[in-house]
Write a protein that binds this ligand. Structure first.
Ligand code: CA
Length: 466
């Protein structure tokens, strides 16, 4: 007899880059519990977000649409919950549904979570310790470390569910988002060791568009006292101070990741102990990647690899082979159709992504995407990053910094001269050498510009009006 509908647990952290997960070959930490998912299932090596910032990526995940369609272009945007989302469709199909943790898509009116029988979410970014949460519309303060609490509430919900119906649960961690406050339990971790610096730690941004130089997210210059938490030692050289700041930043970041890893272990243990592992699809991902000192930066936003790439690990022992690896390109807009496909529900026409369920079976659908469209709208806000759009193919990346606010919410109306970047990822995986003006790439450049405009039209977005 075919077992009943699979359960789904979607664990998403905030700003957890794949290069801080040992299953992805991290050189700076170990994540034994997150790695259990890779061991029991499939690791996707090329999962990308279509806009590397919290709120927009979450909107794309829920709706399966790009941000110019779902209206959540910036951090100041809110999701209009009257749109179709995959949790609503799962709920309508008889799933018990829950959303626990970081929501960050607005509150009140049409912005509260919809499609969930139970929700208990942080307001906005939320706090690391003793957080206020909004449980089904009612504010309450809880005592404890937020990463632990979100897991406690997730386990409570699982324990109290109706075991005769399938369930879908979103467990969304606030960590390891800035300001990177570790739990008491991990405060001493990495105390006596130095974390290696990334290859591009001393990037000087030469050859690149001015956007890279102008960004205000540098480890040496832009981390503030709240981020560093202790005073900068006196008498350091400029170089020593940069190194010291990196250690302060990355250790707290990795300590926050360690709490997530422990808590992923608690959820996996619960599934094992209650005989739920076999028939549950469990995903670990993050809303985008993050710069871990790469290019001398913290934060995200840019279309560069470290911030574009999302971790995506999926286990479903009944259908997905253990320790499998996939290199095909998948996007955050593909998650919603994929979950609907796994549960044999119709995928609404409005959803723009495609189901990658066949990839999890080791099958490659005909005409599977080999290029993706990206757009960051939040011109100059927060970290002075210029608005841009572009495409990434299997080998190349073309970025156009149109550098204008276009009256998007929360942007700064101060135009900068538009600029282009082109990277050959095979020759230059760290994206240090912008070859846009290199005559050897004239033909490639033209092909990529054509593909950019084709993709832009295909997803229904508009080119910048020059
Ligand atoms: Ca985020």
């Amino acid at each position: 007899m075919e077992p009943r509908q699979p359960n789904i647990i979607f664990i998403m952290s905030d700003d957890h880059a794949s290069h801080a997960i040992s299953a992805y070959g991290s050189k700076i930490n170990q994540t034994p519990n997150i790695d259990r998912i890779a061991k029991q299932g499939m690791r996707f090596n090329n999962c990308f977000c279509t806009n590397s910032i919290c709120t927009p990526s979450r909107a794309s995940i829920l709706t399966g649409t790009y941000n110019h369609i779902n209206g959540v272009t910036t951090l100041a945007s809110k999701l209009d919950g009257r749109q179709i989302t995959f949790p609503k469709l799962l709920q309508a199909a008889g799933y018990q549904t829950a959303m626990i943790g970081k929501w960050h898509l607005g509150h009140g009116g049409h912005h509260d979570p919809t499609g969930f029988d139970y929700w208990n979410v942080l307001p906005g970014q939320g706090l690391y310790h003793n957080p206020e949460m909004i449980e089904m519309g009612t504010k309450k303060v809880f005592e404890g470390y937020t990463t632990d609490l979100i897991t406690d509430f997730s386990l409570d919900w699982l324990k109290n569910r109706d075991p005769n119906q399938p369930f879908f649960m979103m467990t969304h961690h606030k960590a390891p988002h800035r300001p990177w406050d570790p739990s008491e339990a991990h405060m001493q971790m990495y105390k006596d060791i130095d974390i290696p610096e990334p290859e591009t730690f001393n990037d000087d941004y030469s050859t690149r568009a001015s956007a890279a130089k102008e960004a205000k997210m540098r480890v040496d210059r832009d981390l503030n006292a709240r981020d560093l938490k202790i005073p900068i030692p006196e008498g350091l050289t400029i170089e020593e101070e940069k190194k010291w700041k990196y250690q302060r930043y990355i250790k707290d970041y990795l300590r926050c990741v360690a709490s997530i890893d422990d808590n992923v272990g608690r959820l996996l243990d619960y599934l094992d102990q209650h005989n739920l592992t076999e028939n549950t699809i469990l995903v670990y991902t993050s809303d985008q990647g993050f710069f871990l000192g790469d290019h001398g930066w913290y934060d995200k936003r840019f279309m560069y690899e470290e911030s574009l790439r999302m971790p995506f690990l999926i286990q479903y022992p009944r259908k997905i082979e253990a320790e499998s690896v996939n290199d095909n390109m998948i996007l955050n807009v593909d998650f919603a159709p994929t979950f609907l496909d796994f549960t044999n529900l119709d995928i609404p026409d409005q959803m723009q992504g495609s189901s990658f369920q066949p990839l999890t079976r080791g099958e490659l659908p005909e005409k599977w995407q080999t290029s993706m469209y990206y757009r960051y709208w939040m011109h100059l806000s927060h970290h002075n990053v210029y608005s841009h759009y572009g495409i990434r193919t299997l080998r190349y990346k073309l970025i156009y910094y149109y550098a204008d606010s276009l009256d998007q919410p929360g942007t700064i109306d101060d135009r900068r001269p538009p600029e282009w970047e082109l990277f050959d990822l095979e020759q230059d995986p760290y994206e240090l050498d912008n070859v846009y003006h290199n005559s050897e790439y004239t033909e490639i450049k033209q092909q990529l510009e054509n593909e950019l405009h084709r993709l832009q039209m295909e997803v229904g977005d508009q080119p910048y009006p020059n």
